[in-house]
Design a protein around this ligand. Structure first.
Ligand code: DAH
Length: 358
């Protein structure tokens, strides 16, 4: 770099200054060349000094050109500093980056294995598939319900002894209405029928799987959080025989052709007549064993023709529509299909158990 104070080569020298700035490869290099660029010994300072030896007219012109060069140098400096700072920041970030994947892989010293859905989720999906193949749609209802949906619309008035069939968790939201964690998936029937009436979309052929809650002490056959799948058909000329046919078709499709179903009279407030449906015990294939108390049958769920009181609660004309409903445990299905002795294994997340169902 020449430190000439002649203004003739101002343009050329200023290009050299700008090139020097651009060639600085690091913040340190840039800092080191600052005296040459803008310090007391820089060409800018020399030019500034030599302004004094010019006559007034030349000084004004040279001063303006000098001012212009100074501005260019300062802008180029600031810009280069920014670029180099950003580069330094990126480099630091790249060095400091902690590769967690690397750490995990090395610490378990084995390749990571992908997980898979749990047995209950898989069972739910397979049940849905069976019903979809039969023409049902799949819907989901809320897990928190008002007393109306969980009980009253299902023909279970307050203080009715039938409430004793469901050990309920109450939710205190500070509302005047009683709110509960749903004790069964049957309230989804009410949502489905209300929506179909409001939107004029009857008939209904739907199944509604989901989580249910009861104040039960967990044991080999009960969990306080469990899963059911509800079925609802509302159509014209629907009979009990249609319902029995759907249940039998489902049973064989899901459990296999050597497992069959039977209906036994029962009572549910929201169906009339009502039945419990049982399937051939999958443990002894009907021969009789401890699991089925030597009967050869295992109860899976409840079913029946939709009670007219339920139709009235949701505003469906009982003269024109009939329906049937059913509901059974998804966890119970998994238990029966895979011969799981204790239902608690479904929620304990022991990988030795869970891993068998990938
Ligand atoms: N919701 C009943 C329960 O959890 C099961 C049930 C019975 C569902 C009869 C139904 C039905 O849809 O028609 O005990």
């Amino acid at each position: 770099m020449t430190t000439s104070s002649s203004f003739d080569d101002l343009a050329e020298r200023s290009r050299e200054l700008l090139a020097l700035i651009e060639s600085a490869g690091s913040l340190d290099e840039l800092r080191q060349s600052e005296p040459v660029l803008i310090g007391k010994r820089s060409p800018l300072a020399a030019w500034q000094k030599s302004l004094g030896s010019l006559d007034a007219a030349q000084r004004a012109e040279a001063g303006a050109r000098l001012q212009d060069v100074r501005r260019q140098v300062q802008t180029a400096l600031a810009h280069r500093r920014e670029v180099l700072e950003r580069r330094a920041r990126d480099e630091r970030a790249a060095q400091d980056r902690l590769d967690l994947g690397d750490v995990v892989v090395r610490s378990v010293s084995a390749p990571l294995r992908a997980g898979h859905p749990g047995l209950v989720a898989t069972t739910q999906r397979e049940l849905e598939d069976v019903f979809v193949a039969m023409g049902f749609t799949v819907v989901e209802g809320p897990e928190v319900e008002t007393d109306w949906y969980n009980f009253e619309a299902l023909n279970i008035p307050p203080a009715h002894p039938a409430r004793g069939m469901w050990d309920t968790f109450y939710v205190d939201l500070g509302e005047p209405e009683t709110v509960v964690l749903r004790t069964h998936t049957s309230p989804t029937q009410v949502h489905l029928m209300e929506a179909a009436v409001a939107e004029g979309t009857l008939p209904i052929h739907a199944v509604a799987p989901g989580r249910c809650f009861r104040r039960d002490t967990p044991d080999a056959r009960h969990l306080a959080v469990f899963h059911q799948i509800e079925g609802l058909v509302v159509d014209r000329d629907v009979t009990f025989a249609d319902m029995a046919g759907v249940i039998e078709t489902f049973t064989r499709a899901y459990f296999g052709p050597d497992i069959t179903s039977r209906l036994r009279p029962a009572y549910f407030p929201f169906t009339e007549p009502s039945a419990e449906f049982e399937i051939t015990c999958t443990i002894c294939r009907g021969a009789g064993c401890r699991t089925c108390s030597s009967t050869g049958w295992i109860e899976l769920g409840g079913c029946g023709m939709v009670d007219p009181a339920v139709f009235e609660a949701v505003g469906i004309d009982v003269e024109h529509w009939q329906g049937f409903a059913f509901g059974f445990g998804i966890d119970r299905c998994a238990q029966m299909r895979f011969g799981i002795a204790d239902m608690r294994a479904l929620v304990e997340n022991d990988v030795r158990f869970v891993g068998q169902f990938s």
